[in-house]
Design a protein around this ligand. Sequence first.
Ligand SMILES: C[S@@+](CC[C@H](N)C(=O)[O-])C[C@H]1O[C@@H](n2cnc3c(N)ncnc32)[C@H](O)[C@@H]1O
Length: 271
Amino acid sequence: MNPNKALWEKGDFTKIADFMRESGEAVVQSLGMTTPLRVLDLGCGDGTTAVPLARLGADVLGIDIARNLVDAGNKRAAEAGLSRLKFQEGDACNLQGVRDHSFDLTISIFGAMFAPKPFDVAREMVRVTKPGGRIVMGNWIPNDPTSFVSQLLKIGSLFTPPPPEGFVSPMTWGVETHIVERFGQAGVPREKISMVKDTYNFISPDKSPAQFVELLERFYGPTMNACEAAQKSGKMKEFHNQLLELAKTQNKSTDGSTSIPATFLRVTVSL
Ligand SMILES: C[S@@+](CC[C@H](N)C(=O)[O-])C[C@H]1O[C@@H](n2cnc3c(N)ncnc32)[C@H](O)[C@@H]1O
């Protein structure tokens, strides 16, 4: 099986997405949508961004590589009565069946960054977006101590065997030179690309940072893999303690609940 697909179907990202709903809404509000748009949410998960987009009146297609998340997204759309929101399985590296210039907006919040062939991803996002439209990506930033997920994955990498040769780290999507090079190869000049740091919040009023870490260990594919490797090497306790330390030090809530702000790079490409 495609290891990229296996990684995300391994767990249940909906359990993590529960902490992301508020910021998903905020990202959608910040887009300043005025007219109804046709939107592609790439690497959409169960619709943290897609659902609020559809609520605002957009016609939304969510594409994700994980079958379980596509099913969870369609269930959420049906429960919310959002008939113009559809989720389907697909790979950001090759959006076969999606026609050229189909969308006013292609958005990918911490989604397409995890696809293994970044140049193909950039080319596909440009191909399916209309001229005059835009692409918006949210990407974690490597080696930024306030970019919670990049720190989470960095800790995981300390306990995991090195990746196979040719593996391109998803975190490279948080680096300006790579972004410019990838969209450049897809035909987008530098002046059409803007990058700003922004903050995403992982929030739960009734779960502590320790419970958040437990959910990451049980349900978040990349952390599950790191857990398995740490267990094999007898370092599970050390791994768990490092995750706990990270979550506790980044948590801003003082009442036992979770509120972790995480810096990310917001990339906007105007076509
Ligand atoms: C960190 S989650 C983010 C999900 C969602 N955008 C959100 O904000 O909740 C990463 C998502 O990217 C999806 N993904 C990873 N690789 C992909 C690929 N090659 N094509 C499409 N989706 C992919 C995963 O299945 C997962 O749903």
